[in-house]
Ligand binder design. Structure first.
Ligand code: UD1
Ligand code: CA
Length: 428
């Protein structure tokens, strides 16, 4: 495994077995998406970039769902059958690290904003130390474990919110749930923890007090930005983390030459790719694996769904939805349109209110619209269907059969007219 920390003997443990009660959800907490990707995958991507020798994910509550959600990651799963607390979760890892001597970096699956820079800083700070914790100062530390220091400033231990005295609750330095331990010290100390607290749980945080009791030095490292250690316990924190991640994604695109007219109303998922000089207008949503070429105009009020590719110079206008479709260069889909499972060529004009009728109630069908086609407004294209190159579809048509290249297809009832027609009065 390549990565930032090449020589270090480092094992990574990611805690993801908890029930996530505060989310009040049927979906395991760590699988809740942020900008289109489950939160735990953000943590795993950084773990991979760090280059750990081993990545162990502790699963328990809905273990199968979590394992399935992470099946594309090169990790080992450790089962914590009963959720007895974070300390118990880490204890379950011991049989997987029997021959391992080195540092164990523990991360929480619900802390997705953590950066590679901060973790690399923690790992290098940890060199030759028994225990190093990532901490930060928060204006509102509510809900987090507080770092308790003695009058010399040395760490004495961690007290959880629920166990803290009113004086301890005033402490603003918090435990991020991210630590580096020497493996031998970690597993020895875990044998000593007890569920002697308000929650009747085995706290990983108690290891710190135990180490201190043994006279071991405890080091701390600060997160570059306090927001990095935001733990997601409920949906309010989920929305906050989501906003921060989306903001970060938009900033990256703007710095890469994409104009985002109104970042406050634009949602772009993490897997999206966008070319230079493309302009994204307000209230646009781009979801999942999508590629937008250079010099495109997207929106306002456009929804681009997963599996879509839009080539350079194409315009997607207001109230247009595009799903799993490819649209060639310099085409126009300007208003009120649904394109689903469609392949659209170059220089195509799709009129207002065009609908690809791709679903027959059972299966999805493809629509092919070749180069240079003009589809008149208010048309329905009943898939499967091919409209040949440079063909015209007359406005208001319902097209059910293939259209030959260079032809005009018209399919609509003839207009009838009754001159001097007066509506008959109803009989009383
Ligand atoms: C934990 C810390 C707290 C810290 C905060 C940072 C403890 C006791 N408390 O609190 O000091 O400020 O994180 O965000 O560690 N988990 C398991 N098995 C369990 C219980 C939890 O795997 O039996 C996992 C959860 O899935 C989660 C992580 O451990 O990913 C943290 O658990 P959570 O219940 O969210 O702990 P906090 O109350 O946030
Ligand atoms: Ca948490």
């Amino acid at each position: 495994m390549g990565g930032l920390i090449k020589d270090k003997n480092l094992a990574l443990v990611i805690l993801a077995a908890g029930e996530g009660t505060r989310m009040k959800s049927k979906l395991p907490k760590v699988l809740h998406p942020l900008a289109g990707m489950p939160m735990i995958k953000y943590v795993l991507d950084i773990a991979l970039a760090l280059g750990a020798k081993k990545i162990l994910v502790v699963v328990g509550h809905q273990a199968d769902k979590v394992k399935q959600g992470l099946s594309d990651y090169p990790v080992e799963f450790v089962l914590q059958a009963k959720q007895l607390g974070t300390g118990d979760a880490v204890k379950r890892v011991k049989p997987y690290l029997t021959d391992f001597e080195g540092s164990v970096l523990v991360l929480n699956g619900d802390t997705p904003l953590i950066t590679l820079k901060t973790l690399a800083g923690l790992v290098s700070r940890h060199e030759h130390c028994p225990l190093t914790m990532l901490t930060t100062i928060l204006d509102n530390p509510y809900g987090y474990g507080r770092i308790i220091r003695d009058s010399y400033g040395n760490v004495r231990g961690i007290v959880e919110e629920k166990d803290a005295s009113s004086e301890q609750k005033l402490v603003q330095e918090i435990c991020s749930g991210i630590y580096c331990f020497e493996s031998k010290i970690l597993f020895e100390s875990l044998e000593e923890i007890t569920p002697n607290n308000v929650q009747k749980e085995y706290y990983l945080t108690d290891v710190i007090g135990i180490c201190r009791g043994k006279g071991l030095p405890i080091h701390t490292h600060s997160a570059t930005d306090p927001l990095e250690v935001l733990g997601i316990n409920d949906r309010v924190q989920l929305a906050e983390a989501s906003r921060l991640i989306r903001q970060h994604i938009l900033t990256e695109w703007m710095l890469n030459g994409v104009t985002i007219v109104d970042p406050l109303t634009t949602c772009i998922d993490r897997q999206v790719n966008i070319g230079c000089d493309t302009v994204i207008y307000p209230h646009t949503v781009i979801e999942g694996e999508c590629t937008i070429g250079e010099d495109c105009h997207i929106g306002p009020f456009a929804r681009i769904r997963p599996g879509t590719e839009i080539k350079a110079g194409t315009r997607i206008g207001n109230f247009v939805e595009v799903k799993k479709s490819s649209i060639g260069p310099n085409s126009k889909v300007s208003h009120l349109t649904y394109l689903g499972d469609a392949t659209v060529g170059k220089g195509v004009n799709i009129g207002a209110g065009t609908i690809t009728c791709n679903y027959d109630g059972e299966k999805k069908h493809q629509t092919v619209i070749e180069d240079g086609v003009f589809v008149g407004s208010g048309s329905q294209l009943i898939a499967p269907l091919t409209v040949g190159e440079h063909a015209y579809v007359g406005a208001g048509s319902t097209i059910t059969r293939d259209v030959s290249p260079h032809s005009l297809a018209l399919s609509r009832p003839h207009q009838t007219e009754k001159p001097n027609w007066v509506k008959r009065k109803k009989k009383k």
